[in-house]
Design a protein around this ligand. Structure first.
Ligand SMILES: NC(=O)c1ccc[n+]([C@@H]2O[C@H](COP(=O)([O-])OP(=O)(O)OC[C@H]3O[C@@H](n4cnc5c(N)ncnc54)[C@H](OP(=O)(O)O)[C@@H]3O)[C@@H](O)[C@H]2O)c1
Length: 267
């Protein structure tokens, strides 16, 4: 994406301190787009911001009302450059049995993946509507297309993100505001260590994985083109197509088989 090609001038990116969000920030920075970078690790954001001009850093914990409030205040601030691209990317997962998971962690996951994303999207649309233009990219997952035993809360939060985004895409058709859900599959980032899914690295072959850079490229392209959904990569597209057209009963059988095979494998 070159500066001449980028249709946005100032972007706000949540979860910009690592992984897909960081890759998106570098692509925008290189294209000369001004940025507001949001995450908790300020040192990481400062290091990215130092590489580009016109870059603000907001250190905020988006599982808290105060953290979300700081981002909403920046979106509303009429004294600063208006934001015409919002990338709602911050998120994490929790693997394991639902009953064994720490309830506070699950609450934080819902607060970040659902509440913060919804509040930021809401304010972004309110600010963009009078201007008659803007771009909103919500980072979901291919996990949003099926219930996810072993990642139950995560898949449910992402189902919310995809559903909300597709609804907004339709609701805002013709308004000048483009809304896109980016639904990555396996992507090499810090997600695996934080969500305790590092075991997936040995379970799935190299070709099933994408780089954060490629996912970022596809997501930015999709929101510029006004697509409702972006599933990056051939493997992810095929998996999504199979799960979309598989009757729920059959999907349950195949999940059960996977579960049994996975157990045998780990013995
Ligand atoms: N990697 C995958 O395989 C994969 C697949 C599908 C979808 N996704 C989605 O892609 C998005 C980005 O994840 P990633 O893979 O790039 O993982 P990542 O490397 O762990 O990045 C997550 C980002 O979210 C930020 N974040 C986490 N908790 C936060 C909080 N409480 N407040 C503010 N920011 C917070 C982190 O920054 P700080 O820690 O500095 O706050 C970090 O910048 C997520 O929504 C994830 O669900 C990932």
């Amino acid at each position: 994406m070159s500066a001449a090609k980028a249709p946005f001038t100032h972007a706000l990116v949540t979860g910009a301190s690592s992984g897909i969000g960081e890759a998106i920030a570098h692509k925008l920075g290189k294209a000369g787009v001004g940025m507001v970078l949001v995450a908790r690790r300020k040192d990481r954001l400062d290091a990215i911001a130092a590489q580009y001009t016109n870059c603000e850093v907001v250190s905020a914990d988006l599982t808290t009302e105060a953290g979300v409030g700081t981002v909403l205040a920046r979106l509303r601030d009429q004294t600063r450059t208006p934001i015409d691209l919002v990338v709602n990317n911050a998120g994490f997962g929790t693997s394991g049995n639902f009953a064994d998971a720490d309830p506070q962690r699950l609450s934080n996951e819902v607060s970040l993946n659902i509440n913060a994303l919804m509040r930021i999207a809401h304010e972004a649309v309110r600010q963009m509507q009078p201007r008659g233009r803007g771009y909103l990219l919500n980072v979901s997952s291919i996990a949003s297309f099926q219930p996810g035993p072993g990642l139950a809360v995560y898949a449910a939060t992402k189902a919310f993100v995809t559903s909300l985004t597709e609804a907004l895409h339709e609701e805002l058709r013709g308004s000048g505001i483009r809304v896109t859900a980016l639904c990555p599959g396996l992507t090499h980032t810090e997600f695996q260590s934080i969500s305790n899914t590092s075991g997936l690295e040995s379970k799935f072959p190299d070709f099933a994985w994408m780089s954060a850079d490629d996912v970022a490229r596809d997501g930015l392209r999709a929101v510029m083109e006004g697509k409702a959904l972006c599933v990056p990569g051939l493997v992810n597209k095929s998996l999504t197509a199979v799960s979309t057209f598989t009757p729920r009963g059959l999907a349950d059988v195949s999940r059960a088989l996977r579960h049994v095979c996975g157990r045998r494998h780990s013995r």
